[in-house]
Design a binder for this molecule. Structure first.
Ligand SMILES: [Zn+2]
Length: 208
């Protein structure tokens, strides 16, 4: 590897839940592989839905991913392979610690294409973890919208349903749905959700 490689890029894919972020990440990673680029993908081990060793979209697209506890573990898994890797993907990036930001900068300087996907805001509509910073230093931001489950308009918010105020409740079908600005009600206690996702069909047929 040259000591002064052509700089890489950082691409951020963001938006609320159910906006197709993982699907878009998987699409880009698959295209890279078709172009014979070597890809490594990571996700935080907090995401227990679907597979432990793959990223999955709500539309059931999957891609192999290495589950890591934190950015330090990600670095340990990535760096021994780095000379052989052109594209680094990270899903659910909002759950990683702020060290993901200097790591992304480092990888860009080494000429890598870094593609991260994650929520831009929490269920309280606050900026989520390192995502705002990653958006700020990125080459491109793809902000996807979902569909409001009340009115069908474009939705930028993730509505928490039920009483839990914990920041992190992952893969719990029926606990979230997408909402537009007009119908977003942070901290409201509403139990019923019509939001459909594959996991709710497969894993919770007795939903509600
Ligand atoms: Zn609405």
């Amino acid at each position: 590897m040259s000591s002064h490689p052509t700089p890489g890029v950082l691409e951020v894919i963001t938006g609320p839940m159910f906006s197709g972020k993982s699907e878009e990440l998987i699409r880009r990673l698959k295209r890279a592989r078709i172009a014979r680029q070597r890809v490594m993908c990571f996700k935080p081990d907090i995401d227990l839905r679907y597979h432990r060793t793959a990223i999955a979209s709500h539309s059931s697209q999957t891609h192999e991913a290495i589950t890591v506890a934190n950015v330090e573990r990600l670095r340990e898994a990535l760096y021994p392979q780095l000379d052989n890797i052109e594209v680094v993907g990270v899903d659910e990036v909002q759950f990683f610690d702020p060290d993901i930001i200097p790591l992304a900068v480092e990888l860009i300087a080494l000429g890598k294409r870094v593609i991260v996907a994650g929520l831009d805001t929490t269920f309280a509509a606050e900026p989520f973890g390192p995502v705002p910073n990653l958006m700020a230093i990125s080459d491109t931001v793809t902000k996807l919208s979902a569909v409001c489950m009340v009115c069908g308009a474009a939705a930028i918010h993730t509505q928490r349903l039920g009483q839990s105020q914990e920041l992190v409740v992952v893969g719990a079908a029926g606990l979230y749905e997408a909402r537009c600005r007009a119908h977003f009600r942070p901290f409201m206690d509403e139990h019923a959700s019509e939001q459909l996702e594959l996991s709710s069909v497969l894993e919770s047929p007795e939903k509600i």
